[in-house]
Every structure is written in C-alpha cells, then in structure tokens.
Ligand binder design. Structure first.
Ligand SMILES: CC(=O)N[C@@H]1[C@@H](O)[C@H](O)[C@@H](COP(=O)(O)O)O[C@@H]1O
Length: 317
C-alpha cells in the first residue's frame, strides 16, 4: 500500500508499536537490514515505529538490542519491544520453544545495559510476558523500574491471574497495562470461562488496559474487531501490524527468529506447527482493512493507530 492510498482513507502519521520487520529483513538481524525494514514501513505511512524481537536465547537478545539501540538513538526507531522469551509453551504460536524460559529480571538488566551501551538508554519500551510463569511479579517490578511497559500475552493464564496482573501493572506504572495482540496467543473466550480475553476487555473498558489488535484481515475477524471497538472504544485499542520479514515481498520461505516460516497467499505460518507467524501487512494496510473492510469510522481507526499506541507506551505525542 502506498502513502497516497493511506491519505485517501484520511490517516497519516501512524504509530506501530509491534512489528518484526519487512523487505526480507527481521529487526535486530543487522543494522542495514533493520534500516531497510524500517524504511519500508516509513514509506507506507508509518511515521513512528517500535521494533519487536521474538523469543531467542538471552545472549542473542542482548546482541539484537545492541544492534537496534543506535537506530533508536538516531531516531529511526522509537524503541524496542521484547516479545518474550518469558512466554507460555502452550500459547507460544510462532515462538521458538527452545528459547522460552521463566521470568528472570537479570535479563532486563542485561538488555538495559546493552541499550545504554548502544547509545539509547531508554530504548526498551515494552516486554510481552505470560503472568502465570513463576517469577512474573519480580519481572513486572524490574520492567517498571526500567521504564519498560509490561504487556500480558502469549499466555495460558486464567481470568484471576490476568486480572490481578493487569491491576498490579496499572497501579505500579500509573498507566493502563498493555495486552499483546488480544485474542492471538491466548485462550479464546468461552461463556463459562472468560479467561484473559474477558478480563482484558473489562479492564480496557474501565481505562485500566490498552489492547493491541492485529487488523490485517487474517488474525481477527471483522465482527470481532467491530465488537472490540464498540465495547472499549478506540482510546483503549492500539492497532498493530505484527509484520514480519515478508512484508513488502511475495510468498515464499522466511525466518522468524529461530523458526522457519512459509508465506502462502500473504499468510505466514511456521513450517513446524502451522501457527500463524505474524502478518505481511504494514500498519497502513491494517488501517485500510479496519476502515474499508471492517467498516469502522475513520476517526476511531486513526485514534487507535496514532494517539492510543503512543499513550500506551508513554511516548511523547
Ligand atoms: C510474532 C508472533 O508471535 N505472532 C503471533 C503468532 O505467534 C500467533 O501464532 C498468531 C496467531 O495466534 P492464535 O493462533 O492464538 O490466534 O498471532 C501472531 O501472529
């Protein structure tokens, strides 16, 4: 999608706080590859971009943060999102099972050091974690101390654990807690067991959480996206692309961290389990889908793709 067609739906200056790459490159793979990926999203109309890293061994994450920090320092990126490695095995989706671990605040220290060494002490912006894993409470405290927004996701947590965690995070950071791509990477809502989805929507409706939504037309159906907008409002929704390396290119074989991914008709899936593995859409594409296919009001979509994501990460407007 070009910048012109974004303008035609009345949206510009988009902010994507969850995105793994584009143009054949994964963020963090190399400085040049990360710049190339960032440029593709920028050309599509995504003015401010946070680079997401999937679960990887600790040493690899430290290396990747070191690669990305100079790009945060020079303004190419807004910051870094750590999606893992403290995620639930049973809801890992497209994350390498070998990289998953129980929460360890020492990793946060190491990553913050790597960011500072790379010239961007505030580069770490958000971290997705599964609150049911042992050690999650200490992790949340370490994240908040370092100014990193904790995001609940890729989780097998029940309703009570999710509710308690969202409330603790909101209280500690005095701002709404984040929920990583609502619906994806968590149990679906059942009417006798609402789980994380019911709790996240309740918290979002109260202004105590912001939920990410991937509106690429693959991850969440139009009626469910409409339900979320009508229920919690665009001030509690951050549209995200979750874009991976194939974005801007065609079908074929790609990598997402340690896993191989096959893209067919624009849908990325891991070759081992067949899990959906991120999107091949820019946030501009997601904005177009939300307005033109899901039929949401342009102004609401604009809010969810600009001001709400900025606020969710405490970024300056
Ligand atoms: C980078 C990343 O983690 N992306 C997740 C993926 O892991 C998960 O498999 C998929 C579908 O999740 P679902 O099958 O729970 O809807 O959503 C996102 O693409």
């Amino acid at each position: 999608m070009t910048g012109d067609s974004v303008a035609s739906v009345g949206v510009n200056g988009l902010v994507d706080i969850h995105c793994h790459g584009a143009a054949g490159a994964e963020y963090g793979s190399s400085i040049e590859g990360s710049r190339t990926a960032s440029a593709l999203h920028a050309e599509a109309g995504v003015e401010r971009r946070v680079a997401s890293l999937v679960s990887a061994p600790f040493a690899r994450l430290v290396e990747q943060v070191g690669t990305l920090a100079p790009l945060v320092a020079d303004g190419t990126l807004e910051g870094i999102h750590l999606e893992g490695p403290f995620l639930a095995m049973g809801r890992r989706g497209a994350h390498d099972p070998a990289a998953l671990a129980d929460p360890d605040p020492a990793l946060v220290e190491r990553l913050a050091e790597a960011a500072a060494l790379g010239g961007a002490p505030d580069a770490l912006r958000q971290m997705t974690f599964a609150p049911e894993r042992p050690g999650a409470a200490a992790l949340v405290r370490a994240l908040v101390e370092h100014g990193v927004r904790p995001a609940v996701g890729h989780t097998e947590a029940d309703a009570a654990t999710t509710a308690r965690t969202l409330a603790e995070v909101a209280d500690l950071q005095n701002a709404p807690a984040l929920v990583t791509h609502l619906f994806n990477g968590m149990a679906p809502m059942h009417h006798r067991a609402g789980g994380p989805v019911a709790v996240a929507l309740t918290a979002a409706a109260r202004g105590e959480a912001v939920v990410e939504l991937i509106t690429d037309g693959v991850h969440v159906s139009a009626e469910v996206v409409r339900m979320v907008f009508e229920t919690v409002g665009p001030g509690a929704i951050a549209l995200v692309s979750d874009a991976m390396a194939a974005t801007g290119l065609g079908d074929g074989r790609y990598r997402l961290g340690g896993l191989e991914v096959e893209v067919t008709d624009g849908t990325a899936r891991t070759t081992d389990t067949g899990s959906i593995a991120g999107s091949t859409s820019t946030l501009a594409d997601c904005v177009r889908w939300a307005t033109e296919v899901a039929g949401l009001p342009e102004e609401d979509v604009r809010t969810a793709a600009t001001t709400t994501p900025l606020r969710a990460l405490g970024l300056t407007p």
